[in-house]
Design a protein around this ligand. Structure first.
Ligand code: ATP
Ligand code: MG
Ligand code: MG
Ligand code: MG
Length: 366
């Protein structure tokens, strides 16, 4: 009997397009002899498109509302899922998730950022009582909110950059206070980020007060909460974590961004950023990264998978944790699967493992 797998993608997120890329790779790699695949697309306006015409129907909705989802990833999903699923396509998009609960054995929520990686979809899946890949509600929410994440990491003693957190409202009403705090705590350059996002969307490196002000305005367009971090001169190293109660840590990979920092363009457009796997590290650095990654995973009560991003300060060689991503980019070319490939686990085997971990975790709950 084949396991019925729902692959959820898209969503009301600044990372909608990235999610389509990840979902494309996942659907392509799942063994059709082992799994029945049910594609489930969520449009930018939050409507659900289920079944083999999910992407097409999602595209149609977004064209009608002038939010286009197209390109190679979208047409690929359309082609791949034709004939793979036994669920009949819905002709009209649903404002709420259709009756999926009894219909699939496990869901892979391949969504990044808000509503996908922040506990929202996880909460819905809990209510629907269906197993799903990756972190639960708590870990998702804590992992995505860079301010709460840093508070939790700080509480278990993980080394981090200095930072200032604030709300959009404080920025709009008392900007001077924030500027003063930033300038007296660490100054420039600093990184301004929407607290709950990913893929570097809305992030600016600010080198002066004027740039800080513009960066705050941009970040405020994306989130109610904003974090400003001390900008360090760093190397960037990432590891992949896999497991539930006894998480395994992969070899480390280094990123050499093609832009001044690893921004959206350097991540997805042009693709000239270099990934070096395994990263060249001292034994102490390697050990610190491995220990911190497992600690970070457990500190937020994570399960399934996570990619933990580190900085190595160039001047001192010191390892600093940057962040945890509970649903990291998952295309074939993304760092997370590549790190497991370098550690001896193929992309397809990785998906099998994640599905097993999801089913195990679901059984543990009862
Ligand atoms: P993703 O989830 O896609 O990894 P993100 O949107 O959560 O990204 P971060 O990883 O926090 O964003 O930051 C994006 C990039 O900005 C980093 O990879 C790094 O290049 C740069 N960066 C962020 N914070 C700092 C910092 N404090 N000092 C130096 N560089 C930084
Ligand atoms: Mg992130
Ligand atoms: Mg992310
Ligand atoms: Mg990152």
């Amino acid at each position: 009997n084949r396991i019925k797998v729902g692959v959820v993608f898209g969503g009301k997120s600044g990372e909608h397009e990235v999610s389509l890329q990840s979902a494309k790779s996942v659907i392509e790699a799942l063994d059709p002899h082992q799994y029945t695949i049910v594609p489930i697309g969520i449009s930018k306006s939050g409507r659900w498109h289920v079944g083999k015409n999910a992407v097409k129907s999602l595209e149609e909705e977004q064209k009608a509302t002038k939010k286009v989802t197209s390109g190679p990833a979208a047409s690929f999903i359309n082609e791949q899922v034709g004939g793979l699923t036994s669920v009949s396509a819905q002709s009209t998009p649903e404002p709420l998730p259709p009756t999926l609960a009894g219909d699939v054995d496990v869901i892979i929520p391949v969504m990044h950022g808000t509503y996908g990686e922040d506990g929202s979809i996880q909460g819905l899946l809990e209510l629907m009582d269906v197993a799903y890949v990756g972190a639960g509600i708590l870990a998702s929410a804590v992992g995505l909110d860079k301010i709460v994440m840093k508070q939790v990491f700080g509480s278990v003693g993980l080394p981090q950059v200095r930072y200032v957190g604030c709300t959009r409202k404080t920025w709009k009403t008392r900007p001077q206070e924030i500027i003063e705090e930033v300038e007296s705590t660490f100054g420039y350059p600093c990184f301004v980020k929407p607290a709950n996002l990913g893929s570097s969307v809305g992030i600016t490196k600010a080198k002066s007060r004027g740039e800080l002000e513009r960066a705050m305005e941009l970040a405020a367009q994306y989130d109610r909460k904003i974090i400003i971090e001390e900008g360090l001169d760093v190397r960037e190293v990432e590891v992949a974590v896999l497991g539930n109660d006894t998480p395994q840590v992969s070899v480390a990979g280094e990123i050499v961004p093609s832009s001044e920092f690893y921004d959206y363009k350097a991540k997805y457009i042009g693709g000239t950023s270099k990934l070096i796997i395994p990263a060249e590290l001292t034994n102490e650095q390697r050990q610190a990264i491995e220990t911190y990654a497992a600690q970070a995973f457990q500190a937020i009560d994570c399960s399934g998978l996570a990619r933990v991003d580190f900085f190595i300060e160039k001047s001192s060689g010191k390892v600093i944790i940057n962040e945890i991503n509970t649903m990291p980019g998952f295309t074939r070319y993304s760092m997370y699967p590549k790190l497991w490939e370098a550690s001896g686990m193929s992309y397809t085997k990785l998906l099998d493992t994640l599905i097993q971990l999801a089913l195990e975790r679901n059984n543990e709950k009862r």
